[in-house]
Design a protein around this ligand. Structure first.
Ligand code: NAD
Length: 502
């Protein structure tokens, strides 16, 4: 089969996984129907009784064993990611490394952030102890995309497991073999645990929908905004909580005082790596007029040697999902038809399944290339008169996932003005590699946070316990035996405590 003619994913009972660069079949998988998904969730629910009852230290031991297993087999895993997703082996290895970092962080930090903690009960309730406890939810359903088939779901799976939940994982239909390898690796690393702590179910959207409808205690979804909306609507029927990590149209601001060489280097990588198939890829740049020409020249210089392919020397791989190629082509055409000039590549850069880098200058802000997620190796650059104008244009997007700022003196100040879940200052995408930094979006990019302390709390339910330590005679506030004297004392005490704020 020609690389341009990758067969569509089989929608019947068998899912066939292809190498996106060659079209070769990698594996076939049996699709889980609704009954099979429910049975898997039931097994996970039983396992949750054991896994949820373990101490943080015991769960850490199991998670770190998994980490050792992943690292011991990282060569095999990287090769599989390369074949099924298409990215270069070294990029696949880096993805594994980042996933491992997150599992280690979650395993080691869960006890610190989720252990019961005493809080001050207040003077009126001084005879009570007040404790906040974070309990596991039970079974978490994780639905993942194909662009970072290990790193992205790990942001939910590692943290949900560390918080004491079991997980049923539905990998993307385009990276099912990788997803199954990953879930099975947990079992291989921990043969002493009951079946169902981490399991995968296979299939397309129908299997994902069945997981949403299966009675899981939370859905953690990473994928497109359109699917996120469908999942939220379906989950509303059972009030199943959802965490939605959706699409983006991330922008970079290059200020007049930026290190232009460094900005061009980082932005070129942030835009083109993984063939631009990164939720936090830089898709738009706003550059101050004074440094525009220098920046464009540097970007052209950096990209002159950046080429996609499937060999060891490729800068990035093919488009993983065949249908996305037309979206990218249409965005390039739309930009060129709306005042844009191609300063790197052009519409001929699209030679499926590969797309060479494309950079489009001063395209109309209303064009699809600037407004919609392209998810390909393209970049728009717009000249601005001021940082205020750049900030306004960045914030005008319906999306708000991440952002990048290059400025020697004002990077963090500019970052604080951006409507986004994360910003990298004088680098691109750095936040994603720092496990302690929460990750997630606003607006059409979704809500909720993975990674860091909030990423652990996403997978717990807070349980407050107020325990009376001793009764105070005559101060039974929450009783029908309350007397007039009690109320007089309360009024006096409240007046003394809070009456002086005016
Ligand atoms: P997608 O929405 O097509 O699919 C994602 C997953 O949802 C797949 O596993 C799919 O089978 C499943 N699914 C599809 N329909 C469903 C339904 N009705 N119910 C339940 N599950 C269903 O997205 P994709 O093409 O796999 O991934 C690319 C998108 O993911 C891009 O928009 C990208 O920006 C986004 N993404 C976001 C982040 C983030 O952290 N915010 C990270 C990576 C990717």
């Amino acid at each position: 089969m020609s690389p341009n003619m990758i067969a569509p994913v089989d929608q019947s009972t068998i899912l066939t996984s292809h190498n996106p660069a060659t079209g070769d079949v990698i594996a076939t998988h049996t699709i889980h129907d609704a009954a099979a998904v429910r049975a898997t969730v039931e097994t996970a629910r039983k396992a949750a009784q054991t896994w949820g009852a373990l101490s943080f230290a015991e769960r850490k031991k199991h998670l770190l064993r998994w980490v050792s297993h992943l690292l011991a087999h990282s060569g095999e895993l990287s090769e599989l990611i390369h074949r099924e997703n298409g990215k270069p082996v070294d990029d696949a290895y880096l993805e594994v490394v980042l996933a491992v970092e997150h599992i280690v962080w979650a395993a080691k930090q869960a006890g610190k952030h989720l252990s019961p903690r005493s809080v001050f009960p207040g003077p009126l309730m001084a005879n009570f102890s007040a404790t906040v406890e974070e309990r596991p939810l039970g079974v978490v359903g994780v639905i993942g995309p194909w662009n970072y088939p290990i790193y992205t779901p790990t942001g939910s799976i590692g943290y949900a497991l560390a918080a004491g939940n079991t997980v049923v994982f539905k990998p993307s239909e385009y990276t099912t073999t990788v997803g199954n390898w990953y879930a099975n690796s947990f079992v291989l690393a921990n043969p002493d645990l009951p079946k169902g702590v981490l399991t995968s179910v296979n299939g397309c959207g129908e299997t994902g929908a069945a997981l949403v409808d299966s009675g899981v205690d939370k859905i953690a979804f990473t994928g497109s905004t359109a699917t996120g909306k469908r999942i939220m609507a379906a989950a509303a029927m059972s009030l199943t909580p959802v965490l939605l990590e959706c699409g983006g149209k991330d922008a970079a601001i290059v200020a007049a005082d930026a290190d232009i060489k460094a900005a061009a280097d980082a932005i070129a990588f942030g835009a083109m790596a993984n063939s631009g198939q990164t939720c936090v890829a830089v898709e738009r740049v706003y550059v101050e007029k004074a440094v525009r020409d220098e920046f464009v020249a540097e970007i052209r210089k950096v990209l002159a040697t950046v080429k996609p392919g499937s060999g060891a020397d490729a800068s990035y791989g093919p488009m993983t999902m065949p249908a996305q190629v037309e979206v990218v082509r249409n965005h390039i055409l739309d930009a060129l038809n709306n005042g844009g000039t191609a300063v790197v590549g052009g519409v001929d850069s699209v030679r499926a399944p590969f797309i060479d880098p494309v950079v489009l200058l001063d395209t109309d802000e209303n064009s699809a290339a600037v407004q919609e997620e392209t998810f390909g190796p393209t970049l728009t650059i717009r000249t601005v008169d001021s940082i205020d104008e750049a900030v306004a244009l960045v914030n005008a997007s319906k999306y708000g996932l991440a952002s990048t700022v290059f400025s020697r003196k004002h990077g963090t100040d500019i970052a604080r003005r951006l409507r986004a879940g994360a910003t990298s200052v004088n680098s691109a995408c750095a936040f994603a590699a720092i496990s302690s930094l929460p990750f997630g979006g606003v607006g059409q990019s979704g809500f909720g946070r993975i990674h860091g302390e909030p990423g652990l709390r996403e997978f717990t339910r807070t349980h407050s316990i107020a325990a009376q330590r001793f009764p105070i005679p005559g101060m039974a506030l929450l009783s029908f035996s309350r007397s007039g004297t009690t109320m007089k004392i309360v009024k006096m005490a409240i007046g003394l405590m809070h009456g002086h704020y005016r």
